[in-house]
Design a protein. Structure first.
Length: 396
């Protein structure tokens, strides 16, 4: 049974509080933490967006989202208590003259109270929001700001966003979130590797043939056309989720579990990645885009058909990359990364494919090789495949 860490009363402000991420993930997550007793009753949750509505209308929107996410576990009595801490303020993030004081007035004035500002908006708004928060005195003390991916569209824009945020918030106050790191099996990766003597001695080019990291989605755009057509699968999934999984799979043991030590080892992996030169792009990468067809027996539109404005888009909805890590542990071991939308099923896996035994005693009977399959979703599991003899006179 999961254990929940008790927390002190807090204020959390969700910018983009009416958006897809808030309705599908953030609000249901907060509601479930409330049901589990982890959120103190004197906490405050404030949604903000450009949409004109009052707190009552926002609660109705949030209820619909949370009820849909909860399914049969929906608790109407718990919701009636939860909605009392839920509020809304209309703010245009691009307008520094907006109702920022009104937002401040919704928050508790306790000096040592934790405040979390969750920026579930387009990245180009991050700096404007942070500067406005600083202007009304909401950036000091125990304030924290959470940045959603992707942060920028390239190196220059990412640096500009980080520099702008740093004008207002100290680095210790900034959290760049990757929700894949919250998945239970992902959190278990380091334990699996470094707490089990069975695996760590085999975790290298000497015994591993290749590694596959797959994040397959069966959904299409789901109302995210404007964002997705600017980002594509590479920016939306590879530069964050898949690279984090690659780092956790390939990193060296950190000195301890301190954040900085883990981050240091991840950075070493990223620095050891062989860059994909332009002449090699066709050989090492694949881009694709889903077209109209059938999903679960039902007809679905193609990507371009789902776009309401952009025609003839070349944005990729599928990407596959053959990555190579140039260090003593992994040289010669390909890492195959792939992700896409409208795939046949929704699943995320890390597959460690081991090499064949150096001498085959069993001939054609021994056709399979050992592999470790780490299933991240939907059914979290770790499976080790080995060869054994069938009972009786049968073969392997």
């Amino acid at each position: 049974m999961a254990k929940f860490v008790p927390v002190d009363p807090f204020d959390i402000v969700i910018f983009g509080g009416t958006g897809d991420l808030s309705r599908r993930k953030l609000l249901p997550a907060l509601y479930h933490r409330w049901v589990d007793g982890q959120i103190p009753e004197n906490s405050t949750i404030v949604g903000t967006a450009r949409s004109e509505m009052d707190s009552a209308a926002y609660r109705a929107l949030a209820r619909e989202a949370c009820e849909k996410a909860s399914g049969k576990s929906w608790d109407a009595a718990a919701w009636e208590k939860f909605e009392k801490i839920l509020h809304y303020v209309t703010i245009d993030a691009t307008n520094p003259e907006g109702d920022w004081e009104g937002l401040k007035g919704k928050l508790t004035s306790e000096e040592n109270r934790p405040r979390i500002f969750y920026l579930a908006t387009s990245p180009h708004l991050y700096v404007d929001i942070c500067r406005a928060l600083g202007a009304v005195g909401l950036s000091g003390g125990f304030s924290r700001v959470v940045l959603e991916k992707p942060i920028g569209t390239d190196l220059a824009s990412a640096q500009a966003i980080n520099d702008g945020v740093a004008e207002v918030f100290a680095e210790r106050q900034v959290f760049r979130i990757d929700h894949y790191l919250g998945k239970e099996t992902v959190q278990n990766l380091m334990v699996l590797r470094f707490a089990n003597i069975l695996f760590e001695p085999l975790w290298s080019q000497n015994y591993i043939d290749h590694v596959q990291i797959t994040v397959a989605e069966d959904l299409g755009l789901e109302g995210r056309a404007d964002y997705y057509d600017r980002s594509g699968a590479l920016r939306d999934m590879v530069q964050n989720h898949l690279l984090q999984l690659l780092c956790l799979t390939a990193m060296e043991p950190p000195n301890d579990l301190d954040d900085d030590d883990i981050r240091t080892e991840k950075i070493k992996v990223l620095k050891a990645l062989r860059p994909v030169a332009e002449p090699d792009a066709r050989r090492l990468t694949v881009r694709g885009q889903y077209i109209a067809g059938l999903h679960a027996g039902q007809p679905v539109k193609g990507y371009v058909e789902e776009l309401s404005a952009t025609k003839g888009s070349k944005t990729e909805t599928f990407v596959a990359i053959k990555a190579e890590i140039n260090n003593w542990r992994w040289t010669g071991v390909p890492f195959y990364l792939r992700t896409g939308k409208r795939m046949s099923s929704r699943h995320s896996d890390i597959v460690i494919q081991f090499k064949r035994a150096p001498h085959n005693l069993f001939g054609e009977q021994s056709t399979n090789v050992n592999k470790l399959v780490i299933r991240l979703q939907p059914d979290e599991a770790v499976r080790l495949y080995v060869q054994i003899k069938e009972p009786g006179p049968g073969g392997l």
